[in-house]
Design a protein around this ligand. Sequence first.
Ligand SMILES: [Zn+2]
Length: 344
Amino acid sequence: MIGRRTLLAAAGLVPTVALTGTNVEAKAEEQAPAAGGLIDLHSHFLPDFYVDEARRAGIAFPDGMPFWPSWSVESHLAMMDATGIDRAVLSISSPGVHFGDAAAAAALARRVNDFAAHVAAEHPGRFGNFAALPLPDIAASVAEAVRALDELHADGVTLLSNAAGTYLGNLTLAPLLTVLNDRSARVFVHPTSPPNANVVNLGRPAPLVEFLFDSARTAVDLVATGQLQRFPRIRWIFSHGGGVMPLVADRVDYFRNQAGLDKVSEGAVSSFQKFWYDTAGTPLPRQLPALTSLVGTEQVVYGSDYCFTSPAAAGEQANSLRNAGEASDWATLTTANATRLLTS
Ligand SMILES: [Zn+2]
């Protein structure tokens, strides 16, 4: 039987670090905001020690962006309050935690995950965490996934769309997908630059368009290799409405039949319909209708993409969802969907 505390922890409502027992529940109930706000499943934290380490590794312009955004717990809470976000599940964005040194990556993953657990414990009901993993180091990522999920009780893990060119369908990831599948883990897939970014970006930041292609690229890889079918219990959450996934799904199925890939995997359309998708970015007016034509509305969750999206832009995008009109009350709908995802 799943206890109340387990359910609350699964929903990111209860910290599991430094606090135990009934005090935790009492504190959570005391500080939890009123129901009805948004649940943000695409929300980034950038502690100073993380940015310092990235800069020391030579990453001054993350994915070609002109600067690292500033971040603090206080500014994150202020953005949430201004935008009407009740809860945010924190994640480390691209470029992740592996800057070239495997031992340093494993240590940084542990540090950011401990930090996020501490933030969640300090602000019950406001924050959860999709833990960072030090891919492409498989063994270290397995160890950290188990620690984060079993000991820190993270809401899930974050995987970048590729890790130094290893895409999610890569068979070498099987040991990691096995432990994630065993736990029915939520896996938040965040795009990153493709391996040949300097060639295809044409001097522009990768988030402009390459992120949207890399999300689709890794989803197609996950499907085409059959890895999605081999690990059916993982709950996959793709960023930015799946990128260009809705636009390429039919074409992928057409070509996979031509190429004989239909012998080794299920179709792209039916597979993509199993995923969850967040609304981070610019979902309206055109992207969200394309996404819902593929997946309907029950697996769409809200994402702000703060702090890589400014508070003002996050507010505008949230309001665009609230004011979409028609039958789609996206604020209510995405909160109900996220609650279902986080508590099951
Ligand atoms: Zn993001």
